[in-house]
Design a protein. Structure first.
Lengths: 426, 426
């Protein structure tokens, strides 16, 4: 038996705003940041659990404070008991009768729960000597169902439904794992499309994306329609007719404005339109989706919980579900969302970029392919070029495809040197 | 011109869990707490702006940290410029391009914005020598509309709609203000109904509520159906047929379970059923409301933002809107929600209780009566007996009705002695 003997939180920030990397219609100047957590045990293996919540700068200190408040509660706890029942561990935090008031299940406190839960997933995967995707993909359907909390989901997904989905995918697991290891998982790139980039830079990066083998790029839109039209024309000219172009409004529009704007951009054959309006507005997303069909609406990077994803799916408000590794309460909740999406037959194309999100979220898509949806069709993982060099196991892309990571863990561990060099001091 | 010269935050907690005051199906052991903010200026009047976020114990420290992070940004600022444009001040925080990532517009960070905004509303009202309700009720329709952010609301409420509502209520303002000062505003009491109370205590408190003049009481339900049936029978026997009984499930049920449970309790003639399921689940609330009609569904105390209230109203998911003083981002957002409700013709019956929520939220109902909906019909403010003695201007109830407060300010100021005696030291 081993014991949790300590933890450390770190406020880590990168000055990405200086280069307008990551600039969009609502986030003109992000400083990609991580509210970072490292958990230590007294086990002789010396393994640590690492995780973080991604933020974009100011407020990262508050996110750190929330993680710290929760992490204090695991000191002295039995590690094997936690790792043996990560479903119960998740519930313990999410249903804490007093903490719940601060959400419930949303915002700073919910993301902090995610960080704590994910640190133990990282530790569990390291102990198993497996990358997270493989650890999950080797669990039995019953073990996976036990991770998920079905409260508020039962009108869309019951434990029986989840079991049926997972059992149906069981026979082909080994085959798909081999296929994944051989051919990877498709990525698409947002690197060309930041709103702060010049037309020349957009053109050059769009060309590079095609040369690198990406079959889809994404452009930020929503600031000025004439800019969007010009930039889409440049991008389409540059990549040709066969490369897909998605656009991302980052919540910029109101409902009716979204409909009008998307109709104006439709001639460019959009792969999808992302975050047209408030991420919390299920009804507006549904109305937009109906009005602009067959153009497809994508959302999820700011979707706070499985309850919101459930509604987006129930209302046919999203044709593509974009999970994020650190927005919801950790691995368990993302497994729930993968199951909800599989039940609805809707593809999951994760949000990534930022700092470490590519490294983290790839595990969910790969697990989904091997053990949940069983498909890569119409699915891909977002990719941007930023900040991979700070991670112990940076993502590897070959020909526009993510290679399946083999390093044990959840992929969130940063290099000690990067942690200390980019530690934020107010 | 005066300048913000300092602020103080305090972690204030009361050990209410010891007596099971405030116990319900999801919150068995709340310790009513306040993440408290006090803002000082260099003006010779010596007036301070006081506000708080209500929480129920653990996590109050994180809420304090969030308020502190935001409050630092007002040091050195021009007080008159802030007070002269509280709409702009609200936007400055809610649309901070980096902080927005931590919500957007939900949870710890959004409530912290509310605390900062409300401290300045308190100061503005004190400077005007008016209670908040009267300050708001004397603003012009144009000034009130300028407080509200209409982003994401325009599919339900435009600035023109809001102006029309406020102008329609303008002629009767003076008359209704006089009526309010003379006769107060109806309250209802939750004091008898906490789930942790014995049957005898329920019976005694229900009788006392009727004796005190309340025309409605509320019971917590949702733990065990047989208990709910027994407790409702006791309450109905005790109060007779003419007193209304509302019930509150505090998010305990899933959709279909809610429908079944409410149908079982329907014979007791329920005034409303509160928070049947996840506060974020617009679609489930709508489905429940349709299934149990004519029983009315109420929600809002955990509704995170105006965007959620908008959807609840659009989907006919709530027949009663229960605003809370410290859940959303301050006075401005509650004004927006009052306008949304008025547009839909839905009564607002605020959530109160906790610590200081009665003192704070009464201002919104009174402002609503004088200058927005123009009506008290079917409207009332929740009341519980806890902790009023800690406030500079505790609520006064006469015959089950709130007397209109006359003390200048937003009602949130606690006594210095209470603040120091109940300061929480970990």
């Amino acid at each position: 038996m081993s014991i949790v003997i300590g933890f450390e939180t770190l406020d880590v920030r990168f000055e990405t705003s200086a280069l307008l990397d990551g600039s969009d219609a609502m986030n003109p100047d992000p400083d990609y940041s991580a509210a970072y957590l490292r958990v230590r045990t007294d086990a002789p293996d010396g393994l640590e659990g690492h995780s973080f919540v991604f933020t974009i700068g100011r407020g990262n200190d508050v996110q750190v404070a929330a993680i710290e408040a929760l992490a204090q509660r695991v000191i002295g706890r039995d590690v094997e008991a936690i790792l043996g029942d990560l479903g119960g561990f998740w519930r313990e935090f999410v249903y804490d009768s007093q903490l719940r008031w601060l959400g419930p299940e949303k915002g700073v406190m919910h993301m902090a729960i995610g960080a704590v839960v994910n640190a133990f997933w990282d530790l569990k995967a390291k102990r198993a000597g497996l990358p997270l995707w493989q650890l999950l993909a080797r669990m039995t359907p019953e073990e996976l169902v036990a991770l998920v909390d079905f409260r508020y989901l039962s009108d869309a997904l019951t434990p029986e439904d989840a079991l049926a989905i997972l059992r149906a995918a069981e026979p082909g697991r080994a085959e798909r794992e081999a296929e994944l290891l051989a051919t990877g998982y498709p990525g698409y790139t947002t690197t060309p499309g930041w709103l702060g980039y010049s037309d020349d830079k957009l053109r050059r990066l769009a060309r590079e994306a095609v040369d690198e083998g990406f079959l889809q790029i994404k452009l930020k839109v929503g600031d000025r329609l004439e800019d969007d039209l010009r930039r889409l024309r440049i991008a389409r000219d540059e990549v040709g007719p066969d490369i897909r172009i998605a656009i991302d409004a980052n919540q910029r529009w109101d409902r009716d404005q979204a409909i009008e704007w998307i109709r104006a951009l439709e001639p460019f054959e959009l792969a999808w339109v992302e975050e047209p309006t408030s991420p919390d507005d299920v009804l507006a997303h549904a109305a937009i989706a109906r009005a602009v069909a067959p153009v497809r609406i994508a959302t999820g990077e700011h979707a706070m919980s499985r309850v919101l994803f459930k509604q987006l799916l129930q209302a046919d408000a999203a044709a593509i579900v974009q999970i994020d590794s650190t927005r919801v309460a950790g691995v368990n909740e993302n497994v729930a969302i993968l199951l909800l999406a599989a039940k609805s037959g809707i593809p999951v194309c994760p949000h990534a970029g930022g700092v470490g999100l590519c490294e983290a979220v790839q595990h969910f898509s790969m697990f989904d392919f091997v053990a949940v949806s069983g498909s890569r069709d119409g699915r891909m993982i977002e990719y941007t070029k930023h900040l991979h060099e700070h991670f112990v196991a940076p993502v590897e892309l070959v020909g526009g495809r993510y290679r399946a990571p083999l390093t044990p863990g959840a992929g969130m561990e940063m290099l000690a040197d990067s942690l200390s060099r980019h530690r934020y001091l107010p």
